[in-house]
Write a protein that binds this ligand. Structure first.
Ligand SMILES: [Zn+2]
Length: 572
């Protein structure tokens, strides 16, 4: 990054006295003043969201509140000065400080507009955001925030002289300034410790609001968590997987479609008892008796990057998170058992899950009718699937086939882009990505229209499956939920323990053809009795093995939704 020509000074020469070097057109600001000015800027304006949220806390009020805010300010300022002092080396300081300014600016925007918190899972999610998703989040307000809070102070900084001196004098000066910063932070903490401790205990989200220390911490945590994992060998799961007795002498191989939903929350799903009938087509299918809606299903994470790999892992949420080992996944197990597997993606990719199985991204052959403005309606995955099935190896498809359809679903904040005009039942809808500029009703209308689009897509997929011969089935579950402005929260991705249920309670359903029910000896009324059982993403791995009659010692019947019904069906 070179915002203005970087003036270099020979390190350790007499022309470069400690702390104050001449710049173009006269003296600039000495390096330690630069650190103080940047520290003050980041503490105040760069932390607007922190101060706004702290001031709204019930225990922060009156003079004691003012003292607490000043103490917090001193603490943040001292730590930032110490951090920047350590970076104050000739070629490091300006790029590092620029990164801090830009990180604080971007975080401020998302914290103010969507009440986002900056932690390691949010960072991983951001790093996996593709251009299309990023485009949805860009707005004039974002550009202005980046310009005012990030770019302009950076431009100022790049016009200042570069810190330089003999390396040992530089090291001594940096350490000295860092020590002063830490002393200021320590003193501030000492003065307000009681209030600080209680706020941190009662409002854990505050630690994720401190710019740009939240970003620095998140980067460190991601590096610390990911580095050991990348060095691990990939371990095969369920190497003993094999097809069960239902495959012996079969005339109609099973065809299962797993739909990975996107950002659908159970609260707004008509089948789950929402006040609006956002799922009229699925309701009709449910009335025919082959569709079961599970109204108590919970996600593994609160964002795609956390949830999707976890859903397909045999480890479950508790075993998957923080585990440095690398395992292959459900799709590898199914393929190893002999089935044909294909992943079809209408979103930002399969998060590494489909690396070893055939996979297709709808962007590779966009259909202009279904992909206006470059983005494809989820229904494009049906013809894509038809073509992909033709290309699968026949020695596998004669045993059985599993298709994963990864939806664009209700991906925000551009909900209005997620439903075609014919399905927009609720108007007026929010047609902006700055959701706070719309009324809550308009936001909910746009979101509910996107659920209608998922209803249509799932019904069309089931309709297609009904036209196929043999044992067909569909299992749908969303990756996580969404906040639609409740308590001023928008989007998703809060740390799991702090996230509201709306971000974690997800819709889940199965549709099983008569052929598949008979094949598994699985009575639908038994499944209906499980509709309110508490289920999680942990159940996906084991339930799919059960549904496909794939046997392995890794299979845990208690995490298989279908296991106990198959037992009763087989006994009757
Ligand atoms: Zn997602």
């Amino acid at each position: 990054m070179s915002l203005s020509p970087l003036r270099t000074f020979p390190v350790g020469t007499a022309a470069a006295p400690l702390g104050n070097t001449p710049t173009r057109g006269g003296a600039g600001m000495a390096w330690h003043w630069q650190v103080l000015v940047l520290g003050l800027w980041l503490t105040t304006i760069g932390n607007a969201a922190l101060w706004q949220q702290l001031w709204a806390l019930p225990e922060v009020g009156g003079w004691r509140g003012v003292r607490f805010m000043l103490g917090m300010g001193g603490l943040v300022f001292g730590v930032l000065v110490a951090l920047m002092a350590l970076f104050a080396w000739p070629r490091v300081f300006k790029p590092a400080a620029t990164l801090l300014l830009l990180a604080a600016a971007a975080a401020t925007h998302f914290m103010l507009v969507y009440s986002a918190l900056i932690d390691s899972t949010m960072l991983v999610n951001v790093l996996h955001t593709d251009a299309r998703e990023a485009g949805d989040l860009m707005s004039m307000r974002f550009a202005l925030t980046m310009l005012g809070l990030g770019v302009l102070p950076s431009l100022w900084l790049w016009r200042q002289p570069t810190p330089t001196a003999r390396w040992y004098r530089r090291a001594l000066a940096n350490l000295g300034m860092a020590t002063v910063g830490l002393l200021v932070a320590g003193l501030a903490l000492f003065v307000v410790f009681q209030d600080f401790a209680s706020v941190m205990r009662n409002h854990k989200q505050v630690r994720y609001l401190i710019n740009p220390l939240n970003s620095v911490y998140a980067v460190g945590k991601v590096v610390a968590d990911q580095a050991p994992r990348t060095q691990q060998p990939l371990q095969a799961v369920a190497v003993d997987a094999q097809l069960g007795p239902s495959y012996a002498g079969q005339t109609a191989p099973p065809l299962l479609v797993i739909v990975v939903g996107e950002t659908a929350r159970a609260t707004n799903f008509g089948l789950g008892g929402y006040g609006r009938d956002t799922t009229p087509q699925l309701r009709e299918l449910a009335n025919q008796g082959q569709l079961t809606y599970f109204n108590n299903a919970w996600s593994c994470g609160t964002n795609t990057q956390a949830s999707v790999p976890c859903m397909f892992s045999h480890l479950g949420k508790a075993g998957f998170e923080g585990n440095p080992e690398r395992f292959d996944n459900l799709l590898d197990v199914l393929q190893r058992a002999g089935l044909a597997v294909v992943w079809i993606d209408n979103q930002s990719g399969c998060k590494g899950l489909c690396e070893r199985v055939p996979n297709v991204n709808t962007r590779e052959s966009p259909d202009p009718r279904l992909c206006p403005q470059g983005e494809c309606d989820d229904t494009i995955m049906i013809p894509t699937m038809e073509r992909a099935l033709q290309a699968l190896p026949p020695e596998r498809t004669t045993k059985g086939t599993v298709v994963v359809l990864h939806q664009m679903g209700s991906h925000g904040p551009a909900y209005f882009k997620r439903a075609p005009e014919r399905l927009k039942a609720y108007m007026p809808e929010c047609a902006s990505t700055a959701l706070q500029d719309c009324s809550r009703d308009e936001v909910v209308n746009a979101y509910d229209n996107s659920i209608r689009a998922t209803d249509d897509f799932l019904a069309q997929t089931i309709g297609w499956l009904q036209r196929q011969p043999g044992s067909t089935g569909l299992l749908y579950i969303s990756d996580h939920g969404e906040s639609l402005g409740e308590n001023n929260l928008y989007l998703h991705g809060l740390p799991y323990a702090m996230a509201p249920d709306d971000q974690k309670h997800v819709p889940m359903l199965t549709w099983l053809s008569t052929g598949l029910q008979q094949r598994l000896a699985l009575p639908m009324d038994c499944l209906g009795h499980k509709a309110s059982d508490r289920l999680t993403h942990d159940h996906l791995f084991h339930s799919v093995l059960g549904l496909l009659d794939v046997h392995t010692t890794v299979h845990q019947p208690k995490l298989d939704v279908f296991a106990s019904c198959k037992a009763t069906g087989a006994a009757s």
